[in-house]
Ligand binder design. Sequence first.
Ligand SMILES: Nc1ncnc2c1ncn2[C@@H]1O[C@H](COP(=O)(O)OP(=O)(O)OP(=O)(O)O)[C@@H](O)[C@H]1O
Ligand SMILES: [Mg+2]
Length: 266
Amino acid sequence: MLQNTHLQIVSDQTETAAISMKNFSAYFGEACILSDVSFDVPSRGVTCLIGPSGAGKSTLLRTLNRINGETQTASFTGEVDVLGKPLIEGYPDVTILRRKVGMVFQSPCVFPRSISENVLFGRRDKKLSKTERRTLVETCLKDAGLWSEVSKRLDKPALNLSLGQQQRLCIARALAMTPDILLLDEPTASVDPVSARVIEDLLTRLSSKMTIVMVTHNIAQTKRVADHVVFLCDGQIVEAGAKTDMFSRRSCDKTRTYLTEEFCDC
Ligand SMILES: Nc1ncnc2c1ncn2[C@@H]1O[C@H](COP(=O)(O)OP(=O)(O)OP(=O)(O)O)[C@@H](O)[C@H]1O
Ligand SMILES: [Mg+2]
């Protein structure tokens, strides 16, 4: 049986957590997918969610911008606060939540439109002038590390980009919403190692401006990118803490086994 205490991974106790889960459980029908999960995510830095397949990592991530809520059989107990407000009552309009909490999926989800139109997709409001739109496209593509590769073909179809470029375009599109929190579910799983490193560097840079929560199966990547690590197994948190602690002798036996052998016997 796993121990599941409320672990604080906020480094400075006076720092406000961007996300706080307390005794959170998630169900699909009768099946309990996440059980009594409690942890805080600091407002700066990269928090990596790791754990074996089926552990509930994506379910946890999707909870945070209420994608699971769209599944009829989904139900929840416990408390989740996002940016100091309850996830449900604090955001009666889910689009407000999703503006603050952006999401990037494992497979790049690029629309059959131009590169510019993809970046501006969530900002299709008429309030932006032509100049503002152009500036926003340039800023977001620069922040996503894609500008130099696409600046001369902004009106060309986004689907012609490589997978790694498409994934960075998805990040640019999420950034165009100026989110406070960016959630990424295995964002480098479908890209080559060079593109993966570009995305990792990008996330490290962005993490000084916003909260980054990333699911990854890649332990080496966790070591490179994470400031904080949450280790989930079988729907429960095994351990959560600063990366330096998790990768040290201070972590529990199960964590050390998983981090060295990528194996968990929970
Ligand atoms: N919509 C759904 N309805 C029923 N069960 C679901 C649903 N979504 C996920 N599950 C179940 O919840 C469990 C956790 O799934 P989840 O996708 O969160 O795992 P994961 O840790 O992200 O795994 P992986 O590393 O393979 O992506 C699995 O047993 C999965 O079958
Ligand atoms: Mg998953």
